[in-house]
Design a binder for this molecule. Structure first.
Ligand code: C2E
Ligand code: CA
Ligand code: CA
Length: 789
């Protein structure tokens, strides 16, 4: 029932098919979004977003520098006041001396000292180096040429005269987009791992030789800066220098050495060195999460937002979406504010937004679909829903349409608002009886489906329900229903005419003053048959179906050695019904399988009883084509026999020729399996179909039952006699036992005996009888034989 599931909110029965579709859609959403996100992540699509998030977080988490690191900048003013660049190193010597004199903790130069220059200046600087505590000079490597084909690198380290200084790596590596995003704690220069300048300045080598992300949250604008010229000229108070770790470097634009970094844009290299040193000093050198946590996060987000069902989508899904987005937004900020850790969240954010979008689209589509299947006024499933649901139902369905009598008059009295309430209330009442979806197929008509055997009873019950008036806001209203029924056999009828005819039948019910009426045009026999199958099921359970046995005479020994089980149905109203009246219908509706199970169990039990009593009569059970076609049949047979403890060799299954011819492959497979389990097999009604003995020869059977239409008249018909005689002879040659059925007189019996037939069955021996009568007959035959002997 496609719409029933959607009608849950209206108190209807949920629908498994719909649940399955919803689950599939959610699964597709999870897989699709997760896979797409991972693919895009691998392609680097989220990098720009990740960068933006990183910069935004830094802005938000803004931190003050420690103040322990200060920059002495070779700025434009210094260049102007001191001399044109390059300077004599005399000035550097002066600066160094001033800085140490003022109590600097250490001094690092991000200025190239690799080549000797004016000798006096170099000497002065070398002397200054030796005079102070620890001074760090830069070491770096660069490509020998700008020409991309030139791969060689040049290592630049301080000239030999400055060998008393420490050396720190100052290489900075911008990413492919030209932005510097990390800083190497050490670099491989000239085959040696060289700690970088910031590592030495901060005296923190936690990162070994790995790179880290400087904490862009630290505000570089607040790192103290002193102009080189002011230092040299002694214009800087000592307290601005005392205890500080000084990095000397160029900031004047004409000296170049500028890089782009997150949050702050283009800055001089020395600022990056200072920021890296600050990060290390504050233990804020940041590590970024790798691919695995991102992957895990993406899958988790997809599962939470894409995979979880929401019964009340509009209410609960937004909450889930907001919660996930809030966590994805807040977690990286919280983590980064507490720990030097950057969580990659761009892919997860994308995944979350994609899941939300997809789920909303799915939900909107679902609602559109749903609204097409719902009655706008009452929210009940509508006629289209019923048509759809009928298509998915098996045969044997009856549509019940219930028209509300005096509908127009009620509407005029109560108004359309209360009317909707009445219709809803009526539907709710009906649900208590029929326990399935109730549809509003026309303004004044409700409908439901019912199994054929329950249709009349439930219609009566529904009509009875409306003895009580329906309560509405505007008071109690008496309503009455006229119910029209229409069903189909074999599911051949299309939903539309099925519904229309049921609606048409409501008029009949109203005209007759009955609570229900079947569709006029529908064939009464068909109607009868429809309800009959339900009754048969109940008859099987209630003991109304009985098994009789028709004796078979062993023509050689004159004993009752076999008997065929034949069903009879004691119908509570129609009396005893023969199998010809219900077996074909049971076969076309599948009820025959239950019938066969029933007969088989009964016969197996009776067989056990007879064997214990010392009268081993072998029983034959009729099996229909529908049984042979069912894959579970062999198991059913084996189970029934095992449950009773009967010996399978005492049981014969009779299969008609036509059942075998219909589906030869299945039949042969089934027959072989049954034979292998010890059962005897017989070809029933032999001669009526197309099969020939050469065909039967290939079947795994033990017995041939010549149809009564040949047997009954062998005394009068030459051709029948020829047929029966040749069949007996040929069957014997094939090692088959031969039974002749329909033996109605003594002459025929004698003739069959003379033809060498093995067993005879017919009214002359005995009609189908109870087990006790069968035993009595068998005993009488035995004693008769003994008396003759
Ligand atoms: P069938 O298997 O050919 O059964 C033989 C039918 O011939 C029986 O009719 C039996 O009463 C009838 N009969 C027996 N002796 C004579 C005779 O001397 N003269 C005449 N004219 N008829 C005789 P019944 O019991 O009405 O069964 C009719 C058919 O219903 C059976 O034909 C069988 O195909 C089917 N049937 C009966 N019981 C079962 C059952 O338990 N399961 C299935 N699947 N089919 C059954
Ligand atoms: Ca039979
Ligand atoms: Ca037969």
């Amino acid at each position: 029932m496609a719409s029933a599931g959607e009608c849950n909110a209206h108190g209807q029965v949920p629908d498994p098919r719909h649940k399955r579709r919803d689950r599939l859609e959610r699964l597709a959403c999870v897989c699709l979004v997760a896979a797409a996100t991972i693919a895009l992540q691998l392609l680097g699509t989220f990098q720009p977003l990740e960068h933006w998030l990183t910069a935004s977080r830094a802005q938000l988490l803004d931190r003050a520098p420690t103040g322990q690191v200060a920059i002495v900048e070779i700025d434009a003013r210094s260049l102007k006041e001191i001399s044109t660049w390059p300077w004599s190193r005399r000035y550097h010597a002066q600066a160094l001396e001033r800085l140490y004199a003022a109590g600097a903790e250490l001094v690092a130069f991000d200025v190239d000292f690799s080549s000797p220059s004016e000798a006096a200046g170099d000497r002065a600087f070398a002397t200054a180096l030796k005079g102070g505590p620890a001074t760090i000079l830069p070491i770096f490597q660069q490509r020998a040429s700008d020409d991309p084909s030139q791969q060689s690198v040049v290592r630049s380290r301080p000239a030999a005269v400055f060998s008393s200084a420490w050396v720190g790596g100052v290489n900075i590596f911008p990413g492919p987009d030209g932005v510097v995003r990390d800083y190497p704690a050490a670099t491989m220069i000239g085959g040696r791992i060289q700690p970088s300048l910031a590592t030495l300045v901060a005296e923190n080598d936690d990162f070994g030789d790995r790179a880290f992300e400087p904490d862009w949250a630290i505000d570089v604008g607040r790192i103290p800066r002193l102009s080189f010229v002011d230092v040299v000229k002694g214009r800087v108070p000592a307290r601005a220098i005392a205890g500080k770790r000084i990095i000397v470097g160029a900031t004047a634009i004409e000296l170049g050495d500028r890089y782009t970094i997150p949050r702050f844009g283009t800055v001089p290299g020395v600022v990056i060195q200072a920021l890296a040193a600050e990060s290390l000093l504050q233990h804020r050198a940041i590590t970024r999460t790798g691919a695995l946590p991102t992957l895990f996060g993406v899958v988790l987000v997809a599962l939470i937002l894409g995979g979880i069902a929401h019964r009340r989508f509009a209410r609960t899904f937004p909450l889930a979406a907001i919660a996930v987005l809030a966590v994805l937004g807040a977690a990286p900020i919280a983590a980064e504010s507490r720990f030097p850790l950057a969580l990659n969240s761009a892919a997860m954010l994308f995944c979350a937004i994609a899941c939300i979008a997809l789920r909303v689209i799915i939900e909107v589509r679902r609602r559109v679909r749903l609204s097409a299947l719902l009655d706008g006024e009452t929210g009940l499933p509508n006629r289209r829903a019923l048509e759809q649901d009928l298509t998915g139902m098996g045969p044997q369905r009856v549509v019940a349409a219930a028209a509300i009598d005096r509908f127009e008059a009620i509407r005029d009295t109560v108004g359309s608002e209360s009317l909707a309430e009445i219709v809803r209330e009526a539907a709710a009442r009906i649900t208590t009886i029929v326990d399935r979806a109730v549809y509003r197929i026309a303004p004044d008509t409700l409908a439901w489906t019912e199994s054929a055997d329950r249709a009349e009873r439930s219609s009566k019950a529904v009509a009875d329900l409306f003895r009580e008036p329906v309560q509405t806001g505007g008071g109690a209203v008496d309503i009455a229903l006229s119910i029209g029924l229409n069903g189909s056999i074999g599911g051949a009828t299309l939903p539309q005419p099925l519904i229309e005819r049921a609606m048409a039948a409501t008029t009949g019910a109203r005209a007759l003053g009955e609570s229900f009426a079947w569709y006029e045009g529908s064939d009464p026999a068909a109607r009868r048959q429809l309800s009959m199958m339900g009754e048969l099921r109940r008859g099987l359970a209630g003991g109304d179906v009985v098994v009789l046995y028709q004796p078979q005479l062993d023509l050689r020994h004159g004993t009752i050695s076999h008997a065929e089980a034949l069903v009879r149905w004691r119908h509570p109203v129609d009396g005893l019904i023969g199998p010809d009246q219900f077996i074909p219908l049971a076969e076309s509706t599948g009820v025959v399988r239950e019938l066969t199970d029933f007969v088989l169990s009964r016969v197996a039990e009776d067989s056990v009883r007879l064997t214990r009593g010392g009268a081993p009569i072998r029983f034959a059970v009729n099996v229909s084509a529908a049984d042979i076609g069912s894959p579970a049949f062999v198991d059913h047979v084996v189970e029934a026999i095992a449950a009773s403890g009967a010996d399978p060799r005492n049981l014969t299954l009779e299969i008609t020729e036509s059942a075998i011819i219909n589906s030869p492959e299945t039949a042969v497979g089934t027959l072989t399996a049954l034979r292998d389990r010890g059962l005897q097999l017989s070809v029933d009604d032999y001669g009526t179909g197309q099969s020939t003995l050469s065909y039967v020869k290939r079947l795994p059977v033990h017995e041939l039952k010549i149809d009564k239409c040949f047997v009954t008249s062998i005394c009068d018909s030459e051709s029948d006699l020829i047929m029966v005689r040749s069949t007996i002879n040929l069957a014997h040659e094939l090692g088959l036992r031969v039974v002749a059925e329909g033996v109605e007189d003594e002459r025929t019996l004698q003739l069959l005996r003379s033809l060498g037939c093995d067993l005879a069955q017919g009214y002359v021996i005995g009609k189908p009888m109870s087990l006790d009568e069968l035993c009595g007959l068998a005993d009488a035959t035995e004693s008769g034989l003994r008396a003759v002997a």
